[in-house]
Structures are given as C-alpha cells and as structure tokens.
Write a protein that binds this ligand. Sequence first.
Ligand code: HEM
Length: 444
Amino acid sequence: MNRPTHIPGKPFIGKTKDILADPILFSAKLALENLPLVSVKLPGRTLYVTADADIVAEILVKEADKFSRGANYKRLALVGGNGLITSEGEFWKRQRRLAQPGFHKERINGFLKTFIQLAEDMDARWDKMKGQNIVMSDEMSRFTLKAVGITLFSNDIEAEHPDFPQYIRALLRFINLRHYQMIRFPIHWPTPSNKRFRKQLDYLNSIIYNQIDRRESSGKEYHDLLDMFLSQIDEETGEQMSREHIRNEFFTMVAAGYETSSVALTWTWYMLNQEPKYAAKVYEEMDRVIGSGPVLPEHLPQLVYTKMFVQETMRVYPPVFAIPRSIKDDMELGGFQLKGKQPILITLYGLNRNPAYWNNPEEFNPENFSEEAKQKRHKHAYLPFGSGQRMCIGSEFAMYEIMALLAVLARKYRPKPRPGYVPKMLASIATNVTEGMPMILETE
Ligand code: HEM
C-alpha cells in the first residue's frame, strides 16, 4: 500500500515555522506540489494535507464517519461550547434536525425583504460618508451581523451593544492564536491573556443570556430560530434545551454566520474595483434586471452573472480557507495507507487553484461559474460551503444576503482601495484581510 509523500521538516518542530508564517499559502502549495496527498511533520503528530477532489469527496461524504471534527473545532468550543459547528454524533444530528427548518427555502425567501431593507439602511449610512475613508470589512460585518441577528433572533444585537462584534472578534482571535501556539498554557491558568479571555467571554455571555431571558419572559412569539430553540423538547428526556445549550447555538450561528459572509463581500468589493471588464457586466445586469426602481426580492435570483462574480471571488479568496478533520483510526484513503488519530486538512484555497479543475487558476474569470463550466467540473472541486452532512447550514442565507447588499449598493458606489494598499489574506477562523481592507468610498 502507498504512503503519501512525506515532508519531514526540522527536528522537534517539524514544519511548524513554515505553517505559522503563512498557513493559507503554505498548506495550499504543499498540497498542490505533492498531489494527491502529502503528510507533513509537526511536533508530536503528522498532518495530512490534500487539494484533490476525489480524496475530498471521500473525507466529507463517502467515508465521513471515519473522521471526527478535530482539534481546531475543539478549540473553538472554548468559546462556542458544544454547538452545531463543534458537536458530533447523535447530539449533532439532533441539533442539525432542530435548526434545519430555520434555513428552509421558504424561510430564506421570507428573509429577502429584510436583507434588502438592511442594505438600504447601509445606503443611507454610506450616503453621508461619500468620499471618506472606510474599513470595508467593518462596514460589511455591520451589515452581516444585523442580517443574522434580525432574521434568526429578531434582534439588532449591535444596535444595543455596539461593542459586541469587537468582543466576538477578540475571542475568535484568541482561539486562532492559541491554535497556532507551540506551547499552550491550560485555559484555567491565570495568565494575563487567559484572564482577558475569561473577562471577554463573561461579557459576551451576559449579552447572550440577557437576550434569551428577555425572550422567555416576554411571552411573545417571534417564530424565529430562538423560539425554535426555546420550545425544543428532548425526545428522550422530555426536557427543554438548557439555557447554556441555547447560548451555545446562539453564539454558533452568530460566529459562523457573520464574518464569513462579511469577508466574501469585502473581497467582492475589491474585485469589482480590480476587474472593471467583468464589473461592467455586473452593473449592466443590474440595470437590466432592476432598472431604476427599488430592489425587490424577485430580482435577486435573476442576478445570475452577479452571482457568478461572487462565486469567482470566493474561489480566489475563499472565506474559509481549509476544512480540518481528524482521522479516527488507521485507514485507507485514495489508495494510501494512513495512520489513525492524526489531523487532516482539506485546503480549499489549494482546491480552488488545482489546475486539474481550473483553466488558468490564477486568473479571475466569472465564466468559471457558467452552467457549462460547472457541468464539466468535478463536483468536489469547489466547496466554499463544504460538502456532505456537515455542509454549511447557512449557504443559501449567505448567498442571498450578499446578493441583496450588492444589488442595492454596487451600481451607486465604487469603493477604491486606499492608494498604495495591497491586501493580503490572513488566516483566521474565517479568512480575514490585512487592515480590514481600507477603501475610499467613491461613487459612480
Ligand atoms: C460566505 C459565507 C459562508 C461560508 C463561506 C461558510 C462556510 C462554511 C463551511 C466551509 C462549513 C463547513 C465546515 C466543515 O465541514 O467543517 C460551514 C459550516 C457551518 N456554517 Fe457556514 N459559511 C458561511 C455562512 C454561514 C451563515 C450565514 C451561517 C448561519 C447564519 C452559517 C452557519 C454555519 C453552521 C452552523 C455550520 C456548521 C454546520 C454543521 O456542522 O452542521 N454559515 N460553513
């Protein structure tokens, strides 16, 4: 039986330094140079990395039961607890069943008006900021946090607690840094950074618990995801979901839902500026479909080219750059023999640049997402939302909120990167961008 190409690295630390220097590029390069599967030495473990669509299909779909969520998700549980994104097994299945109706097509259709309204609120805000410097990712997070808060929890969290996003970001940053640290002190040790983490987490919890308690005591029905969680009865125990459990799911939805979409939008604004030839087609489509009147929900599914532009942006700058798993036991994968209980990484960034699936992968071209091109491509070559049973629950939600924002704002505003600024992707829980993408808010 074959073994994957092995990259040994330095004694003790293995290839940790290279990974730390640039986790996105290093893992993608490694996978693409050593297709279909490579193993790399890290302290005390071997990391497998792949950008091969057949192997990806095995990991996420065909052999999904042979993999667990892995250490990255365990670390995320320090903040999110046992929520939909971190949990496994029967508990996860029940949670997914419970949350799924909240994302059904009819419900998403019901959200479109809200997405458009929130985009129009952004228009009113931007109208007063014309010509000014903005940090695009802050602007986009503002919109996406409201979209999640209002549609799923009937609450504009940020309006009540303007520092809420800042705290979420700080907590996720802490988790992210911890993930890459070579030496980690136990979380309960009173180090300065652990103490800060605890304080931030307590503050965030107080906000979320307050939302839950207010809803419970209001006696009103909102028919949203929070109501669904509150009325959930466990089939086995007959008990309701605990407060802590509802808090975990609340946090999970907000954390999983707002920064990913915000990053996708931020890069889309950048590409609209960088690719005027394709951007012109986006504006032309919007003029044709929307005309000079207001944006209506029925316009959004008709913006076919705009969606292709967004999909291509997410290919070049994937909001989630890699999907991690852990191998449960010794196994065969894609004809290779693997040792169990080791981490394995699907590099989406690498998959999106694998020349086996893309012509000129470095070149931006929305035609990569024409019906014809999609039909020809391997079904697992483009997975911004993952695949299989753990596929993103919010994929439709995300695409529609993105489309709504662009439909309202893209024809009117032409944000430009600050002169001299060259953006770079940053590895985080969702990928991020250096300095949050500073831009000047110019108009058409
Ligand atoms: C452009 C935006 C988004 C991207 C790129 C994205 C990407 C992903 C990916 C790749 C996964 C799978 C991770 C894995 O298999 O390990 C995932 C899972 C998940 N996403 Fe998203 N996501 C986005 C938006 C959203 C939104 C808007 C929500 C909710 C409002 C959401 C909620 C979740 C949840 C709860 C999971 C875990 C699902 C499960 O394990 O059952 N995401 N997302």
